[in-house]
Design a protein around this ligand. Sequence first.
Ligand code: PNS
Length: 164
Amino acid sequence: MTSSPEPRVAICPGSFDPLTNGHVDLITRASRIFDRVVVAVLVNEQKTPLLPLADRVRLVQQVVAGLDGVSVESFEGLLTEFAAARRASAIVRGLRSAADFDYEWPMTVMNRRLRPEIETVFLVPSPEVGAISSRLVKEIWGLGGDISGLVPPAVLARMRTVTR
Ligand code: PNS
């Protein structure tokens, strides 16, 4: 009798403050490669997020509901420990630019040092969403600009309830 192989699990970690169309592109790409994808929403103890954790988790859940094998959880502490507890073989991050690489590289090296068996995998987003970041979405929103097209409709609706 042949035993079925272990499902290939990936973690998509981030602050998701807020979830953008760039994140959705990344999670969708990851879901095509891995059997299961756990979107891991950082609790953010130091930074004060714009949206509370419960809302960030709920919005990701709503938006990824149609994607097979994708679940959403919050996490605190070391990402590598969360990933190991979920029996993940990979951490998936988006790479939009060389600046992203500079930000990601030290984290990748440290995460590998902590858990050499977990590989960090970088995926390049569609050009249409390649310039979107949560930071710029918040800045544009805070200054009264239009962020429709940058975030999913559910996120836009939630942002409309935030005092600018
Ligand atoms: O969306 P972000 O804010 O760029 O995501 C950053 C994230 C969540 C990937 C990073 O801050 C992280 O992994 N935090 C968990 C704490 C941790 O493991 N730190 C050591 C990283 S080498």
